[in-house]
Design a protein around this ligand. Structure first.
Ligand code: MN
Length: 441
């Protein structure tokens, strides 16, 4: 395995922000994910600020630049006045890394500049509970892949029992163009959509609230610098175009999907809402968790040359889904964990998805979002959506409030988490991606 780490990943590094040293925090000094927020204590602020999460706080980069303490080259500091990350995302890997190092230096336990200036510290370090997170970027385009072979095989088995995995699957990462306008930040409610539905025993469809509402536990990545139309992104250098990763919930209406998907794939089953976690964990932060792969069995075809992995791009990242019903919230019950999987089970890497997507000369822009598809693994507990987890409702899940779930009910909250851990490394996390189902209107 290649070592992609540097001083910022040193597991012994601690911060003077005490909560960042808690072994359970998602946001130790080794993480430093970027996000966009507004402050509740809105003293001087009409617009959004850019910051990084550190422990249970946010380091306000917009104010840090204003205060003149963030020493960065190439006029990068002006990017942090824009209230959106697209411009910073458009920079190159060397520039992202330089900013990461600078932030790490300011927050480390033995750096006195901010630590010992109480007034400045109070302006720049804000409890996360005092901020409201926004979408990190203007997302011009959104694409969703289907990169888990377990997911593809399970869903294929249900929809086409005689022909589960289609012949293209092991040759190219299958995807579809999604809808960017309905991507929302974690915490936004999702209204149960209406759709055209056709029951198996009916000849004609009806229109009404969907019944088989589902989530999909996915991992998404933000494009950094793009490519011009007509040019391709190659496997060599592909990672320089990837800014960072977030958790994605691709809300899905299975009854709509089943009726509409042939021959052109998902449409209204997927376009009513997609939720992402607010903190973008950079590819730099994930360096200690990169692995070789994907591993193909001996009788699988090798990828064509343009898709051959040339660096370790499988990411060892645990993803977990919990449900908390309205009744569970009313009676103060904890969310109930219903699945846990690993992103390193995917059949295609994010680099392969990006390269295949641009292989026609399709142009990417900074802030475009690409999602992996449902992250499922070989075991029942690894399945990242209810369609698979309950096997189309035939194997319902018991919730601690005494009810059962085949698909989502009104009032259900879906909570996704992700984290990376490995011996000899500091654990880092992605925070949460949440959403509650509101009744159809
Ligand atoms: Mn999906």
């Amino acid at each position: 395995m290649t070592d992609y780490t540097n001083d910022t990943h040193d597991p012994s590094l601690t911060s003077w922000v005490e909560s960042a040293n808690d072994p359970d925090t998602d946001f130790p000094i080794q993480n430093l994910p970027f996000g966009v927020f507004t402050r509740n204590d809105n003293d001087d602020l009409a617009s959004a600020h850019i910051g990084v999460a550190i422990g249970d706080s946010v380091f306000d980069l917009t104010r840090a630049v204003e205060a003149g303490i963030l020493a960065v080259e190439d006029d990068l500091d002006t990017d942090f006045f824009l209230g959106i990350l697209n411009e910073f995302m458009s920079r190159n890997h060397r520039q992202w890394s330089a900013v990461r190092s600078e932030i790490s230096n300011l927050l480390r336990h033995d750096d006195a500049q901010l630590r010992d200036d109480a007034q400045l510290r109070d302006r720049l370090i804000i409890p996360q509970s005092d901020v409201e997170m926004q979408l990190p970027a203007i997302i011009g385009d959104y694409t969703d892949f289907y990169a888990s072979i377990s997911h593809a095989t399970n869903v294929g088995t249900m929809f086409r029992p005689d022909n589960p995995l289609l012949p293209n699957y092991k040759h190219l990462p299958v995807g579809y163009h999604g809808r960017a306008s309905s991507i929302v930040e974690s915490g936004t409610s999702i209204r149960r959509p209406h759709g055209q539905l056709k029951a198996d025993d009916q000849d004609t469809p009806t229109f009404g609230p969907v019944r088989l509402l589902d989530y999909e536990m996915e991992v998404g990545f933000f494009i950094g610098g793009g490519n011009s139309m007509g040019s391709r992104i190659d496997m060599v250098g592909a990672t320089d175009h990837i800014f960072g990763l977030v958790l994605v919930n691709d809300w899905s209406a299975r009854d709509v999907q089943k009726w509409e998907y042939q021959p052109l794939g998902p449409f209204n089953a997927k376009n009513f809402g997609t939720t992402i976690s607010p903190w973008v964990v950079t590819l730099d932060a994930l360096a200690p968790f990169r692995e070789a792969g994907p591993h193909r069995s001996a009788d699988d075809p090798q990828p064509l040359d343009y898709l051959k992995p040339n660096e370790d791009m499988q990411i060892n990242m645990t993803v977990e889904v919990s449900i908390r019903s309205q009744q569970m919230r009313d009676t103060n019950m904890d969310a109930h964990v219903i699945s846990r999987g690993n992103f390193n089970d995917m059949y295609w890497t994010i680099a392969q998805m990006l390269v295949h997507h641009t292989s026609t000369g399709c142009n990417m822009q900074p802030g475009d979002l690409i999602a992996s598809g449902t992250v499922s693994g070989p075991e029942e507990f690894n399945r990242g959506c209810l369609l698979e987890r309950t096997w189309r409702g035939t194997n319902p899940i018991d919730l601690p409030d005494g009810t059962q779930r085949k698909f989502l009910q009104d009032g259900d909250e879906v909570i996704m988490r992700g984290w990376c851990e490995r011996a000899g490394c500091r654990r880092i996390g992605f925070g949460e991606c949440r959403g509650i189902i509101e009744p159809a209107q």
